[in-house]
Design a protein around this ligand. Structure first.
Ligand code: ADP
Ligand code: MG
Length: 322
């Protein structure tokens, strides 16, 4: 490693607000060493973000750092895990002080909120690509899975759907951007506390990164079941609701980037969800018949697109190539 790479790590990543007592050896050696309790299980997740594919090239470095941490926290939330340690693989076209300072500030803002310590990583030169590996723990055998939904379960989602997708559409169309949507796109709220509270209550959990239909579809495929969704019950902001007026449900159903949790649980357990700090909405139920059936507010049947919203990657790639 060159001297400048070393000073880059020292300057931007070694000093952190969080210093966990379970980190025996952090940044600076060949690998990190952390202490695990006997009754704990390790939960590990990795997510990569590529400029122009996972975020528009013009995204601020603060937001890139924030979102990188948020999307990984969201994966751990969907497992019911307590996040603890992170490692960062950074590929940069150049070493730019302003960029690095802001990126680190965004990353560490969420890291601090969830007591996550960065314990290592790698730094290379190339097209802007960011990979975060996040490690967390769950007690004994208490993790949440996708393949365990049961017929008759209620289907619940956190927060509201489609705002991030709307902001992305507007961004790509160079339209006026709905500010709340842009905040949802760039700084999603990982539902870490909710995820942990679902241990022992939810039968199956997933985080919605590729759109409700695609991600709920993963739960249903893995559980070999189907679902009936009431479109009138979808939790939507006024702005997203307007886009559905003429029967276009693509934003709440297929746009990605919501990073809300979608989970199933027995109807009788719904009352246990009352004490949450985020909006939770029952949107439908799990049925034996495979596939996802959507009921419109007028009572008709609506067939959703199967795939997640892919406008993002294709449009951005086309843009970045031009
Ligand atoms: P090695 O050559 O032994 O793999 P490196 O030179 O890649 O080590 O890294 C030196 C130290 O800095 C290691 O502890 C590594 O985990 C850490 N590190 C490198 N890049 C980053 C980064 N982007 N963020 C955090 N820690 C990093
Ligand atoms: Mg290395």
């Amino acid at each position: 490693m060159s001297c400048s790479e070393f000073s880059l790590i020292e300057k931007y990543f070694s000093r952190q607000a969080i210093s966990r007592s379970d980190v025996l050896l952090g940044i600076g050696d060949d690998a990190a060493v952390m202490r695990l309790g006997l009754d704990e299980q390790l939960v590990v997740s990795t997510d990569t973000m590529v400029a122009g594919v996972h975020f528009p090239e013009a995204t601020s470095p603060f937001d890139i750092g924030y979102k990188l941490m948020a999307v990984n926290l969201s994966d751990l939330a969907a497992m019911g895990a307590q996040p603890r340690w992170a490692s960062l693989a950074l590929t940069l076209p150049e070493s730019n002080d302003d960029w690095l300072a802001q990126f680190a500030a965004g990353l560490f803002e969420l890291a601090k909120q969830y007591s996550v310590q960065l314990v290592g990583g790698d730094t290379t030169r190339g097209p802007l690509t960011l990979t975060l590996t996040l490690q967390g723990t769950v007690a004994s055998d208490q993790y949440l899975q996708r393949n365990t939904a049961q017929p008759g379960d209620a289907i619940v989602v956190s927060g509201q759907l489609g705002d991030a997708g709307l902001a992305l559409r507007q961004l790509l169309a160079k339209d006026n951007i709905h500010a709340e949507g842009l905040a949802r796109l760039n700084r999603p709220t990982p539902r870490v506390v909710l995820g942990q509270s679902l241990l022992g209550t939810a039968t199956a959990v997933i985080d919605i990164s590729d759109g409700l239909i695609a991600d709920l579809g993963h739960i249903l495929d893995a559980s070999k079941l189907g679902a009936q969704i009431q479109l009138a019950d979808l939790p939507l902001s006024e702005t997203v609701k307007l886009t559905t007026k003429d029967g276009d449900w693509s934003l709440p159903l297929n746009a990605g980037d919501d990073y809300e949790l979608c989970f199933t649980l027995p109807e009788a357990q719904l009352a246990r969800l009352d004490q949450q700090d985020c909006l939770l909405t029952k949107i439908g139920r799990v049925v034996e018949k495979k596939g996802i059936e959507c009921i419109t507010p007028a009572g008709g049947l609506f067939t959703p697109q199967k795939a997640g919203y892919n406008h993002f990657s294709s449009a951005l790639q086309a843009e970045s190539l031009s």
